[in-house]
Ligand binder design. Sequence first.
Ligand code: CA
Length: 233
Amino acid sequence: MDKPAILIVEDDRSIRNMIAVTLEAEGYTFYTAENGREALLASTSRQPDIVLLDLGLPDLDGVDVIRKIRSWSEMSIIIVSARSDDRDKVEALDAGADDYITKPFSVEELLARVRAVTRRLDALQRAAKAAEPARQARYVDGELEIDFGARLVRVGGEEVHLTNMEYKLLAVLAENAGKVLTYKYLLRQVWGSAMESDMASLRVFMVSLRKKLAKGGGRQYLQTYVGIGYRLG
Ligand code: CA
């Protein structure tokens, strides 16, 4: 990622300015907040990547600010606090903070923590990207879910056991979701031939598949077009 945008939450003006000057010199985009309310507002309006959060704020407790941010965002939170008690650290980390710096701190330490959190953010982004193809290898329509990677079919979260032929039929229909597939097309795709004699078995498989997918009296996902073929979705 590019350099992260950082929200500085600190009621002590001299410390706030010191952090701001440091971040500015390093080319970071930053915003400032002087209390908990401003911090919550800025975290939603600015959507920073990292929050540098003082725990001792005039209006709200810093730990409550962490909890509120965590209720809707995974943005990184680094605590910057004079409280050196281990219990305070543990409470802040349990509430969802990612790291902790104790005052007084050096500019080098602050920047090193920001870089460390940035590396973690990068790793998370890469992992999310890598997981994308797997997510696309799924077909979801209402309560019906087909996981092609795991070769699993679920309706309403419950696994539906399909025979090989039923699964192959469903997979072909899902790959062409929204389109009516003719008997001939399905026979070619699944049986590898389009013999008239296979039509009867195709019908039998489809009846069984429709029954399994409509389990529990739910919606029917497979549409029949008499004399033409079938459609999913
Ligand atoms: Ca303070």
